[in-house]
Design a protein around this ligand. Structure first.
Ligand code: ACO
Length: 363
């Protein structure tokens, strides 16, 4: 039976490392608070965010400094030195190299990024252009942290149905560019960070190896749980003074609601994935969860009785990189020898929307 198989993985993260101690100099927080609640010790951010944080740490009036950053950028220099499509390009280039596939051999690109380079076109098109491709279709998804799972499912349909042979699936985020790193935004700013991950899917006509099933869900009735209006049409005009003055240009999150919903939905969707395939936890070699926060992961693992040795986590080093987190963890798990040929791997993610899903694959 025709299937889609992962033939290459890749990832990219900015070189600037921000530990919890630097954040503690910008806002009222502590290494202890962040590690206890989230398991995050450090994260990677763009050079622009890093430079801003170093200056914010020294600023006597942090709120005034941050307001100035939002109003004008630093030093009046507003163009970013690193964009989300740059990270997507680096992760994709690594995945293509590892797969032995040239960009021109791709039949389609599926990208998921929460905050793009431009409002439009979305990141997939910008990425496609950076590869010098001029007609390969680029599909752009916006399921936040669940985006990569949705991307895998979309790409898999094209391959299974014989429409495409090779598809690049990417999750890339430059989230540090949207947060308020003062006390006003500390609930979210300590969690999220920048990074990208990618896989190349290729059609195989026989064998056990390949993507097996996907289970996708969304619930758009709890928008206050986790959302951002930025340039959305929630105000007229889309970019309005009102939106900026009311702080509605910044992301918002109800941490408790996200926690409860995430644990519930992870449990449900993993249960459905296992039942559909007549499997138990014992049959799966490795679980890779969206790296939101270690307490969510541990709560899900406890509830489903998944032993610690069957999960792979890197949230401690990268924080929550939203759509990039699952492919980054997948790449690192494979590179570390935690996924061997023939292993059964279950991926699961939950994010804004809310949207959540699980994918099962045989490596
Ligand atoms: N440092 C110190 N204090 C903080 C910080 C911070 N960075 N952020 C918030 N606080 C304060 C709050 O203001 C609040 O203070 P108050 O009680 O005086 O009002 C207090 O800490 C809240 O403390 P707790 O109730 O103990 O916090 P809790 O245990 O609920 O943890 C957290 C908060 C970490 C946000 C938790 O709710 C959580 O993990 N939620 C899930 C959020 C998440 O993972 N989002 C990711 C996006 S979705 C996804 O990827 C799945």
């Amino acid at each position: 039976m025709r299937k889609a198989r992962i033939v290459g993985t890749g990832m990219a993260a900015p070189s600037s490392v921000v530990d919890n101690h630097l954040l503690s100099r910008c806002m009222n927080t502590s290494d202890e608070w962040i590690v206890q609640r989230t398991g995050i010790r450090e994260r990677r951010v763009s050079p622009d965010t890093y430079r801003m944080l170093l200056r914010l740490a020294e600023a006597p009036d942090k709120i005034a400094f941050m307001d100035e950053v939002f109003a004008q950028g630093l030093d009046g220099k507003i163009d970013s030195t690193l964009t989300v499509s740059d990270l997507a390009f680096d992760a994709s280039s690594m995945a293509l190299k590892n797969a032995g596939v040239e960009p021109r051999q791709l039949d389609c690109i599926v990208d998921s990024s929460t905050v793009p380079d431009f409002a439009y076109p979305h990141t997939g098109c910008v990425l496609q252009g950076k590869f010098g491709l001029t007609s390969t279709p680029a599909i752009c998804l916006q399921q936040g942290c669940a985006g990569f799972i949705f991307g895998l499912a979309v790409a898999d349909q094209f391959i299974r149905n014989g429409i495409y042979e090779r598809v690049l699936v990417v999750g890339a985020e430059l989230l540090s560019s949207i947060f308020d790193y003062t006390d006003r935004g500390r609930d979210m700013a300590v969690l999220f960070a920048d990074g990208a991950g990618a896989v190349v899917l290729q059609a195989v006509e026989s064998g056990e190896s390949g993507l097996i099933s996907h289970h996708l869900h969304s619930d758009g009735t709890i928008l206050d749980g986790l959302s951002g209006e930025v340039w959305g049409t929630s105000t007229y005009p889309a970019i309005s003074k009102k939106k900026i003055e009311e702080g509605r240009g910044r992301p918002r999150m109800n941490g408790r609601s996200v926690f409860v919903q995430a644990v519930r939905r992870f449990r449900e969707v993993i249960g459905v994935c296992l039942n559909t395939n007549r499997l138990t936890v014992a049959d799966v070699d490795l679980f890779i969860f969206h790296q939101a926060n270690i307490r969510i992961i541990e709560a899900v693992a406890d509830a489903l009785k998944i032993p610690p040795g069957k999960t792979f986590n890197n949230v401690e080093r990268y924080g929550n990189t939203a759509a990039a987190s699952v492919p980054m963890a997948l790449h690192e798990a494979r590179a570390a020898g935690r996924i061997k040929d023939g292993d059964l791997v279950l991926l699961a993610a939950f994010g804004t929307g809310f949207s959540w899903g699980a994918s099962l694959l045989r490596w």
